[in-house]
Design a protein around this ligand. Structure first.
Ligand code: ATP
Length: 440
């Protein structure tokens, strides 16, 4: 399967089965914005919940936060985004489309849209932040920015969180939320969009301890993706060279995935030093120092940031899970998603629509739902087809009620990946699924 094939297949499966739809599709779509359907929203929530549990619930040194998208405009002057958050842009004088100057086609002098040769203008800087107006008057005094990253909401709340939660440095603040960037060349489905979600964690440390913490967070974040079942050989670190480092960073590593369109970043780990807190101190006039208890030593903490794109990670798990396999002379499409993040955990089928089987299957489905296990009931069509429909959306287990169930109260549980079937007592199904979701 070629790379374009895989992307086309993913986009089409995503639409057909309710993972991802194009935004405002009935109007012809909006450039680079996507909507998550019934299965997509579950996948994304599961990813976010898993991240939140590992950051906030499992650790006593990280607190959660949900800061607003709109912030004081000075935040973005202090952060450097008003001045520095720009991409060089060229315009094709033939078709008038704009592109990032660093795109390989543009560097080769050919317009990616109309094919015109050497028809580009000189690069101009273009700020990626969306702007709007706060309040009823559309003048410049009321201009606000729509945040391009969630991190700044954390920095400006550093002392609020530290004081209210009685945390001591080193500690972190985690946040999941939307961010917006007026990307010049969005694309590759949900990889680069203009509205997206980030899961970011800022870890505040004593200067001098930053490098050790950086190493630790690199390791922890890579392990998080491996534990999600992403294939090891498809993951790697990429260190930013001097020309790639952002204005705030002393050191930066990306976690990259081998997407069908090449190795690309989907999470960044950055040593942001004391840049952000110092700048907010300077621009707000408020002290953002930490006082170390025993020594009374004052310092502006250094920050190690882990910044994961939720949508890009959703694309990683979908691309990594997609398989086409031959089974009994038939091709089956299967999404081998980890049960932890699969949108539907179980599908329940009566083998036939008689002998009380639909009633028993319906009750098992209801019991699973009542136990907060997303389940799906299906009695239509041949059993093989029902299995295939679930394989394609990544449901780990199909539970079938058959003749034996009526006699001895057991059902078959079919494993999506091994295709093996085992018999489990119907009244133990909820416990069985709970155990297996956690084990896998
Ligand atoms: P890129 O170089 O791909 O534009 P970046 O280096 O600007 O990314 P960061 O600012 O480090 O990205 O943002 C952290 C994470 O947020 C990225 O690893 C990515 O997963 C996600 N992200 C950033 N921009 C976008 C976007 N336009 N669409 C989707 N996700 C994004």
């Amino acid at each position: 399967m070629s790379a374009t094939d895989l992307m086309d297949k993913l986009v089409s499966l995503a639409k057909r089965r309710g993972y991802v739809f194009q935004s405002s599709e009935i109007y012809g779509g909006t450039g680079s914005v996507w909507d998550y359907g019934p299965l997509g929203v579950e996948l994304k929530r599961n990813l976010k919940d898993r991240w939140w549990s590992s950051m906030v619930h499992a650790r006593d040194d990280i607190e959660g936060l949900d800061a607003a998208i709109l912030m004081h405009p000075k935040v973005w002057e202090a952060s450097g985004h008003v001045e520095g958050f720009t991409d060089p842009l060229v315009e094709c004088t033939s078709c008038h489309r704009r592109f990032r100057a660093d795109m390989p086609e543009v560097e080769n002098g050919q317009c990616p849209t109309c094919g015109a040769k050497n028809a580009f203008t000189e690069p101009r800087l273009f700020n990626l932040m969306f702007k709007t107006f706060m309040g009823p008057v559309e003048d410049s005094s009321a201009t606000v920015y729509i945040r391009p990253e969630t991190a700044q909401g954390i920095y400006v709340n550093f002392l609020n969180v530290q004081g209210s939660a009685r945390q001591k440095v080193p500690f972190g603040i985690a946040q999941i939320g939307k961010a917006f960037r007026n990307e010049i060349t969005p694309g590759n489905f949900i990889f680069r969009t203009r509205e997206f979600e980030q899961a970011e964690m800022q870890f505040f440390v004593k200067p001098g301890e930053d490098e050790a913490w950086f190493e630790q967070w690199m390791e922890l974040r890579m392990q998080w993706h491996l534990d999600l079942g992403i294939r090891k050989e498809k993951l790697r670190f990429h260190e930013h060279g001097p020309d790639e480092l952002a204005h705030y960073a002393k050191k930066a590593f990306d976690i990259e995935y081998d997407f069908p369109f090449g190795w690309k970043e989907f999470e960044g780990i950055h040593n942001r030093t004391d840049f952000d807190l110092s700048r907010h101190q300077e621009f707000s006039g408020k002290r953002l120092e930490y006082i170390d208890a025993p020594t009374n030593e004052r310092f502006v903490p250094y920050v190690i940031e882990t910044s994961m794109g939720v949508d890009r990670t959703a694309l990683v798990v979908l691309a990594d899970a997609y398989r086409e396999e031959e089974v009994d002379g038939d091709t089956r499409v299967v999404l081998a998603l980890s049960p932890q993040i699969a949108p539907i955990k179980t599908a329940v089928f009566p083998l036939v629509k008689k002998d009380g089987m639909p009633e028993i299957a319906g009750k098992i489905d209801a019991d699973l739902r009542a136990a907060a296990i997303p389940s799906f009931y299906d009695q239509s069509g041949a059993i093989g087809r029902r299995y295939r429909r679930q394989d394609e959306v990544g449901t780990p287990w199909c539970i079938t009620v058959d003749g034996e169930t009526v006699e001895d109260g057991t059902v078959t549980v079919r494993d999506r990946d091994t295709l093996e079937q085992e018999r489990v007592a119907a009244d133990q199904i909820v416990a069985w699924v709970r155990d297996h979701v956690n084990v896998n």
